[in-house]
Each structure stands twice: as structure tokens, then as C-alpha cells.
Design a protein around this ligand. Structure first.
Ligand code: NAD
Ligand code: IPM
Ligand code: MN
Length: 348
């Protein structure tokens, strides 16, 4: 039978806790393929022990896999030996950039049984297509006269026609397969240079998808509509930083950050795509065995879908829906029990 080479990067904090459960579920799912996981001990511990973040040789090994499952990256806050952003940039963003994960796919649904904090949210099922390789994340910028009252720091947002066009086209294609509605989210009233590129390319690509309705919303107003009328959205397309922020709110309104899955996708399939929860290493709850592994498990479902195993992906989703429906509201989550239970449900 077909075997799938899986690079597993559990990472820091709750990353290893939730990744173990996601793997458990993947291995229990009837897929017809055999997962062959290789574990990579990248993260804070390795950095603190060796000074290594992502050695080139490891990156090349990871690149040779069919897909990547990642937990979370980020050490303990305030650790004097760990410069801020070092792991986030050097490990997570480096993987996204080097593997050209230009589609950061973040679906948001209120699953039956999930506890939305909104009183009457209606049917909520949208996808944020977040650009994954550009924007203010590229590290362009710098600081002058650091530490003086005259200090100046800049972070320059990079928006190339090439990079914007490809993610916009991907978002249109996804909208066409869904409810055929695309919302461009930006801040064209202030960020006029970047805004103009996004606006123009959405207009230029639109005629290729004549059945998709296009609208535009400023990112600040998007925060309002996500809370007051989230069911209006189908596909949202936006830049790297806006997409980061929008998807934490999207997670919160659809039942919490513990349920939000993501894929860092290279639609051209020239590199392995990488699947990870939207959440981080959650140092505040790490080591307690109380992190919700559903976000990681659903990221595993996105991985299955990416590999063309649609039935298996749907089976994992169904098992999660059952699991959420069986939850007692307010009861504490036990990470390993959730994994065991979802694995048992998916195995039938
Ligand atoms: P976070 O997502 O780690 O945590 C935010 C809040 O959500 C915390 O209260 C946490 O306890 C809670 N939470 C997160 N995941 C949960 C889960 N599965 N179950 C229950 N509760 C959960 O965000 P943060 O605190 O801003 O960041 C912590 C570290 O993680 C930082 O170093 C940050 O850079 C990093 N980070 C990494 C990723 C990633 O690897 N993709 C994503 C976000 C943040
Ligand atoms: C996420 C995280 C990352 C991001 C950080 C840790 C680099 O917040 O995956 O949402 O901003 O993309
Ligand atoms: Mn984020």
C-alpha cells in the first residue's frame, strides 16, 4: 500500500502534547495509506542546548517528506537566553518561506456541539486564505539609534504582484467550490501602496471566476462583522499580518483557539505542505495535559485532504463533531483522553 513520509515537528510547550494526539488519530484513521513519521526535535530545547534553530541539513531532510505536521513553536516568555522571535522567525517562518507556503489556509466553522461565545451566530462556515510568504513578515526593515530617544524602527510590508496574484487566484478557486463569495480584507484607505496591488489584482483575476461575487471590507470593520454577522462570510483573502489577527478572532467566535486548524499549503505541490494548529505553544498551560488537541487533530484532517484522502479527512471531522457534541460545557479537557476518544470514534 501507499506510504506517506511525514515529518513531525512537535516543537514547544503544548506542541508535543497536541501533536501526539493528532498522530494517534491519523494512525487510527482508516486511510489505506501507511504513515511513516520522522520526528524532528526542533524548538526551544534544542536551541538552548545547541544553538541550532533549523540547520540547513535538517531543512533539506524535511523537504524530502510528503507532508509536515507541526505542533507549536515558542519558548517560555521572558527567557533571557531566548531572543524574542528567534524561533518564530528562524523555524516556523523559515519553513513557511523556504517551502513557499503561500496559502495559509484557516477554515472556521461552528461545529455542532462547539461552544461559540456569540449568542446567535447562525451558520458559520468560512475560510481565511491568508498570504503566507510576504507582507510585514519578510523581515524587511530595521532600527536606527537603538536604545536612544531618537530610535526609529521600521517593518516594511512586501507585496509583490506575483505573490498577491497567486494567493488571490487560489482564494477565488476555493470560493468557486464553496458558496462563491470572496471578500478582500485590507486597509486600502490607509495602506495605499499595498492596498492598490491587492485591489487591482482582485479586479484583474475576477473575470476568470465570473460566478464568484467579490466584495471588499476594511480589516477594522471586518472585526465588527465577524462578531455581529459572521455567517455573511465565505472566503476571505488577506495579507499575512491581517490574516494572523483575523484568524485568532475567527477561532474565538467559532468555539475557541483550541479548535482552530490550519494548513500552510503550497498549491503547486513542489514542496511538502505543513499542517499545524492556529494556536501557539501556550506556555501558561503547558505540561498540564489540559490543552485541547482538537485543533491539531483537525489540522491532521486538512493534511489528509491535501493528500487526496478526502474520505479519511471527512471521517476525522465526523469523529470530532461527535466528540464535541459529547462534551459537557465547561468541563476541563484532558488532552490524551480527547485523542483516545477521537481515535476510537474514527476507527469505527
Ligand atoms: P497561544 O495561542 O499559545 O495562547 C493564547 C491563549 O490560548 C493562552 O491562554 C493559551 O493557554 C490558550 N490556548 C492555546 N492553545 C490552546 C489549546 N490547544 N487548548 C486550550 N487553550 C489553548 O498564543 P500566545 O500566548 O500569544 O503565544 C505563546 C507562544 O506561542 C509565543 O512564543 C508565540 O510566538 C508562539 N506562537 C506560535 C504559533 C505557532 O507555532 N504556529 C502560533 C501562535 C503563537
Ligand atoms: C500563527 C502564529 C505565527 C504567525 C507566529 C508565531 C510567527 O501567530 O501561526 O498564527 O504570526 O503566523
Ligand atoms: Mn497567530
Amino acid at each position: 500500500s501507499r506510504s506517506v513520509q511525514l515529518a513531525v515537528i512537535p516543537g514547544d510547550g503544548i506542541g508535543p502534547e497536541v501533536t501526539a494526539e493528532a498522530l494517534k488519530v491519523l494512525e487510527a484513521t482508516p486511510t489505506g495509506v501507511k504513515f511513516e513519521p520522522t520526528r524532528y526535535d526542533l524548538g526551544a530545547e534544542r536551541y538552548l542546548a545547541t544553538g541550532e534553530v533549523l540547520p540547513d541539513t535538517v531543512l533539506e531532510e524535511v523537504r524530502a517528506h510528503d507532508a509536515i505536521l507541526l505542533g507549536a513553536v515558542g519558548g517560555k516568555p521572558g527567557d533571557p537566553n531566548l531572543p524574542p522571535g528567534l524561533l518564530e522567525r528562524g523555524l516556523l517562518l523559515r519553513l513557511r518561506f523556504e517551502l513557499d507556503h503561500y496559502v495559509n489556509l484557516r477554515p472556521s466553522r461552528i461545529f455542532p456541539g462547539a461552544a461559540s461565545p456569540l449568542a446567535d451566530p447562525g451558520e458559520v462556515d468560512f475560510v481565511v486564505v491568508r498570504e503566507g510568504t510576504e507582507g510585514p513578515y519578510t523581515g524587511n526593515g530595521g532600527a536606527l539609534r537603538v536604545g536612544t530617544p531618537a530610535e526609529v524602527a521600521t517593518e516594511v510590508s512586501v507585496n509583490t504582484a506575483f505573490g498577491v496574484e497567486r494567493v488571490v487566484r487560489d482564494a477565488f478557486a476555493r470560493a468557486q467550490k464553496r458558496r462563491r463569495k470572496l471578500t478582500l480584507v485590507h486597509k486600502t484607505n490607509v495602506l495605499v501602496h499595498a492596498g492598490a496591488v491587492w485591489w487591482r489584482l482582485v479586479q484583474e483575476v475576477a473575470p476568470e471566476f465570473p460566478d464568484v461575487t467579490v466584495d471588499y471590507m476594511h480589516v477594522d470593520a471586518t472585526m465588527i462583522h465577524l462578531v455581529t454577522n459572521p455567517s455573511r462570510f465565505d472566503v476571505l483573502v488577506t495579507d499575512n499580518l491581517f490574516g494572523d489577527i483575523v484568524t485568532d478572532l475567527a477561532a474565538a467566535i467559532t468555539g475557541g483557539i483550541g479548535l482552530a486548524a490550519s494548513g500552510n499549503v503550497n498549491p503547486d505541490r513542489t514542496t511538502p505542505s505543513m499542517f499545524e494548529p492556529v494556536h501557539g505553544s501556550a506556555p501558561d498551560i503547558a505540561g498540564q495535559g489540559t490543552a485541547d488537541p482538537v485543533a491539531a487533530i483537525l489540522s491532521g484532517a486538512l493534511l489528509l485532504e491535501h493528500l487526496g484522502l478526502d474520505d479519511a479527512a471527512a471521517a476525522v471531522e465526523r469523529a470530532v463533531v461527535e466528540e464535541l457534541a459529547a462534551r459537557t460545557p465547561g468541563a476541563p479537557v484532558v488532552t490524551a483522553e480527547v485523542g483516545d476518544s477521537v481515535a476510537a470514534r474514527v476507527a469505527g
